[in-house]
Ligand binder design. Structure first.
Ligand SMILES: NC(=O)c1ccc[n+]([C@@H]2O[C@H](COP(=O)([O-])OP(=O)(O)OC[C@H]3O[C@@H](n4cnc5c(N)ncnc54)[C@H](O)[C@@H]3O)[C@@H](O)[C@H]2O)c1
Ligand SMILES: O=C(O)[C@H]1O[C@H](OP(=O)(O)OP(=O)(O)OC[C@H]2O[C@@H](n3ccc(=O)[nH]c3=O)[C@H](O)[C@@H]2O)[C@H](O)[C@@H](O)[C@@H]1O
Length: 390
């Protein structure tokens, strides 16, 4: 492999990365990228490894594992495993991705959500700080909560002013709903761990980078209920809509699908993370928005576009009535609330890492839905063909 250079033209040394939550959606893509394009080694920690099996196990043709000396899987739960500190000590960098991060859990399992996103992350921060190890911690764009503009009257011209809705790392406030709105348990726990990491940096010199992903989507995100996850489970919107399309059921629009999101292709986003890994001098001490401000849609528009793309990639006609409205109470239960709009300001990541997203929403949906169809269509057909027991 040719010598890799950082953004300042200096050679990049091979490092060992302790990746916690490596078996998840983002972790699986990050492992692939690191193994294919860099010389770095990975200690992959997770309770599951289904999404990275192809990187760990011998392939049937050659009989050997693809990266035997570069990735080592450790099945462990960071809540209670004494191996954690040793693995962090053995590494140059720790990346923490572990979390409960599906909105259906925030108001129905608020204790698990808070423990997972705050309490369980504490030892990771502590071990990094005490052992002088660098940390890249995954937070979320949800820490911004609602936009300032959402509190203005509907017809206020100020709603058109970007300073009322564009979300900027060092100036935007964090605006959550009341405690009864348990939706915000996740955002609040993530906010507090961000503050703790920042304070460890300020008081004890911890070298940290905080990532705020804005709706990263792509293959391997979450699960399809009843196929590779619980039948009653509610994944994030990409998987919910994929599931409905695969089953030829209408896509459910929560409270009219008026909320807005900017979606970014996982492969674009992972490039930003690799730049952070390999350019510590430019990334340390920073909080980075990672999103695609050009891909904004309402959830209703997302449903319409996914329906159109799915028809194109499968050749199947769309349903006559492709969407159906549901109330948030019916869909998520009591205590749900929502972010109205999420547009990332890109100034800081542009300046520090020169990174920009590339893929349009249409293109990323085309490759993702092609993957969903290829991966799940047969399994869904089998499930639908089974007679239901009455
Ligand atoms: N996907 C996104 O767009 C997005 C957006 C904002 C924030 N994030 C954050 O990025 C991180 C990764 O998200 P993801 O989409 O890959 O989620 P994911 O659920 O696919 O991955 C998380 C992984 O962490 C593991 N994990 C959870 N608790 C653990 C524990 N106690 N011990 C060991 N492993 C544990 C899970 O098994 C899972 O494999 C999370 O912190 C999430 O809050 C993701
Ligand atoms: O991805 C992110 O950046 C962050 O935001 C997500 O939160 P959210 O975008 O609200 O979650 P989704 O499940 O992706 O839902 C997006 C929107 O679609 C709506 N939705 C979801 C599912 C569905 O079937 N129908 C539907 O209308 C939701 O109400 C919400 O308005 C999750 O909190 C995290 O994974 C993450 O931290």
């Amino acid at each position: 492999m040719a010598q890799r250079l950082d953004l300042d033209g200096k050679p990049i040394k091979a490092i060992t990365i302790c990746m916690i939550g490596a078996g998840g959606f983002i972790g699986s893509h990050l492992c692939e990228k690191i193994l294919h394009e860099t010389p770095h080694k990975i200690l992959a920690l997770d309770v599951y490894n289904d999404k990275i099996k192809h990187l760990l196990e011998p392939d049937s043709a050659s009989g050997t594992a693809p990266f035997p000396d570069r990735i080592q899987f450790h099945r462990l739960n960071i809540k209670h495993d004494s191996r954690l500190e040793g693995l962090i000590k053995m590494s140059d960098l720790t990346i923490n991705l572990a979390a409960i991060c599906t909105p259906a859990d925030y108001n129905t399992r608020p204790l698990d959500t808070i423990y997972s996103n705050f309490i369980d992350a504490l030892p990771v921060v502590k071990y990094c700080s005490e052992n002088g190890k660098r940390l890249i911690h995954f937070s979320t764009c949800e820490v911004y909560g609602k936009t300032i503009g959402s509190f203005l009257p509907k017809d206020s011209p100020l709603r058109q002013d970007p300073s009322y809705y564009v979300l900027k790392e060092d100036t935007s406030p964090c605006i959550f709903g009341s405690i009864e709105k348990q939706r915000w348990s996740y955002a609040c726990a993530k906010q507090l761990i961000e503050r703790l990491i920042y304070a460890e940096g300020a008081e004890n010199g911890l070298e940290f980078t905080i990532v705020r992903p804005f709706n990263w989507i792509g293959p391997r995100m979450d699960f399809i209920p009843g196929i590779d996850g619980p039948s009653e489970g509610v994944p994030r919107v990409l998987a919910c809509f994929s599931n409905a399309l695969l089953r030829r059921e209408p896509l459910k629009l929560v409270d009219g699908g008026q909320s807005q999101r900017t979606f970014i292709y996982i492969k674009d986003a992972i490039e930003a993370v690799l730049l952070m890994i390999e350019n510590p001098a430019r990334a340390n001490g920073h909080i980075f928005n990672v999103g695609n401000p050009n891909n904004e849609v309402t959830v209703r528009q997302l449903a319409e576009m996914m329906t159109e793309v799915y028809a194109k990639v499968t050749g199947e006609s769309a349903l006559e009535k492709p969407t159906i409205d549901v109330s948030s109470k019916e869909f998520y239960g009591e205590g749900y609330d929502d972010s109205d709009k999420r547009i990332p300001d890109m100034t800081i990541i542009n300046k520090q890492l020169g990174w920009n997203p590339k893929t349009s929403l249409w293109d990323l949906l085309e490759s993702t839905l092609t993957y969903q169809h290829r991966t799940y269509a047969e399994a869904i057909k089998k499930v639908l063909a089974k007679p239901t027991s009455s």
